[in-house]
Design a protein around this ligand. Structure first.
Ligand SMILES: [Zn+2]
Length: 484
């Protein structure tokens, strides 16, 4: 799946904090044969998610503007936020990941007006890093830079994310987690409520309230029980293969009973994935046992395109602020998907587990999976591009016939073309650069000196031999900076 430019402009312009980096989805459940040997190293890729995330390293710049009349954030409050953030990373990852955060105080070289409005967040990051004694890019050893300071951006939000930068105007561990997870490719956890007044055909952005990538600031009870949905944890490498099951078309016509453990406990089967009739969009069935209002399993519709999205499906539509809280499959009220899957809740052991029966129709969609795609950027360390910038993509199609026989993925298996585009954030189409190649080892070079310093969008697309309709893409916000 690819994102249309109009969607892209909405995501980047109206909601710049939604910007995505990159990721891939190569996970397969037990019902799909896994390669006998681990994949060989593909092209060096600093963005692809071939490895689990075990260490989160953040440089936190505590920003003070000389003329804004307010003191910088106090260190004891920052320390409390960091401790909360570290604990959240530990629990979200079931102890598989740790977080380290270094704090540097920065007095900015210009007054606050210079940084205010539009996409000037670029200036905040550039000047903050330089003032702190770094270059322009995210310093080596850190994955992202977090900037804590007065709100200078236009969107009416307390935080936002651009490329590998997290911007925060309040001291809050959950906001910190939310923005940093954006830099690890996590998009907003939304919900689908057919009763919602359309701006987005029933999609309610942030509507998956139990998720830290959903609404962050409403509801004290919800706030205490935030947890990423299982699919997100799987993509981050925090959900071992034995914790989830993928049901594919080979199970058509069958009915089976499963016991799902409470997601937050990390014990037992924690997720069941079933393909939808849309390529590379799945249902993800899970039990959020820690959420007192979710008294049964929930179904989240998840995408694996880049950017990926997720929608908590609410079988009992409503328009109140708390209508999400009954978005579970209650005992005696089966959920039937448009594909004809029937999920029944047979039993709930509150907070511990739930037993469900999944009944599949005689035929199920055979979905063509999208290519697994990653970036390699040989000439720059992160997302700041200067001079003649080079990029190459690593990709393979998991449905390639050679791979289906059980061989390990190799670069460009099943891939016909790769397309590279650089787009103006402000003006969108046509692309400033647009290049398609069938040479798997080709590098894309673009001359950044022809561009004004600022924020751009780099999009790469891997088109499989099976056709454009199932292409995979990555969209990465990049800074062009030739100012030094
Ligand atoms: Zn966000």
């Amino acid at each position: 799946l690819t994102t249309t430019l109009s969607t892209l402009r909405v995501a980047v312009l109206a909601a710049a904090w939604c910007g995505l980096a990159a990721c891939s989805d190569s996970s397969q459940g037990p019902s799909t044969p896994a390669p006998a040997t681990p994949p060989p190293p593909l092209a060096p890729s600093f963005l692809s998610r071939f490895a689990p995330l075990t260490q989160v390293s953040v440089l936190l710049l505590n920003i003070d503007y000389p003329d804004d009349g307010a003191p910088p954030a106090a260190h004891d409050e920052i320390d409390r936020m960091i401790a909360g953030f570290q604990e959240r990373i530990r629990t979200e990852s079931f102890g598989l990941a740790t977080a380290s955060v270094d704090v540097v105080d920065v007095v900015m070289p210009q007054g606050i007006a210079y940084y205010t409005g539009g996409v000037f967040a670029f200036r905040v990051r550039r000047d903050a890093l330089r003032t702190a004694g770094y270059g322009t890019a995210v310093p080596a050893g850190y994955h992202c830079v977090a900037m804590l300071g007065p709100k200078v951006w236009t969107p009416p939000l307390v935080g936002l994310q651009i490329a590998f930068g997290a911007y925060m105007s309040v001291i809050d561990d959950l906001l910190f987690l939310h923005e940093v997870l954006h830099t690890y490719d996590r998009t907003h956890a939304s919900s689908f409520d057919p009763a919602a007044p359309d701006p987005n055909a029933g999609n309610v952005e942030y509507g998956d309230h139990p998720d830290p990538m959903g609404e962050v600031f409403t509801g004290a009870v919800v706030r205490a029980h935030k947890g990423l949905h299982g699919k997100a944890r799987r993509e981050l490498g925090w959900l071992p293969p034995e914790r989830f099951l993928r049901i594919d078309a080979s199970a058509a016509g069958s009915s089976a009973t499963y016991t799902l453990g409470a997601l937050e406990d990390g014990v037992g089967l924690l997720g069941i994935e079933i393909p939808t009739s849309t390529p590379d969009r799945s249902y993800w069935l899970q039990y959020r046992g820690d959420h007192p209002s979710l008294l049964g399993p929930v179904v989240t519709k998840v995408g694996v395109a880049i950017p990926a999205d997720s929608l908590l499906l609410d079988p009992t539509p409503g328009l109140t602020a708390t209508s999400w809280s009954d978005a579970f499959i209650a005992v005696g009220v089966p959920f039937t998907s448009p594909e004809g899957y029937v999920v029944e809740t047979l039993h709930v052991d509150a907070g511990v587990s739930t037993t469900v029966r999944v009944t599949l129709p005689p035929s199920m969609p055979v979905t063509d999976r999208s290519p697994v795609i990653g970036f390699a950027v040989p000439t720059v360390p992160t997302d700041v591009f200067t001079g003649q910038a080079k990029v190459r993509v690593t990709a393979y199609d998991p449905d390639d016939t050679g791979l289906a026989a059980g061989t390990a993925p190799v670069d460009f298996a099943g891939i016909a073309n790769v397309r590279y585009q650089v787009l103006s954030i402000e003006d969108g189409l046509p692309p400033l650069f647009d290049w398609t190649t069938a040479d798997p080892h080709a590098e894309f070079t673009f001359d950044t000196t022809t561009l004004a310093d600022g924020l751009y969008l780099l999009r790469v697309q891997a088109i499989p031999k099976s056709g454009l309709g199932n292409a995979a893409s990555i969209e990465l916000q990049i800074f062009v900076d030739n100012s030094q």
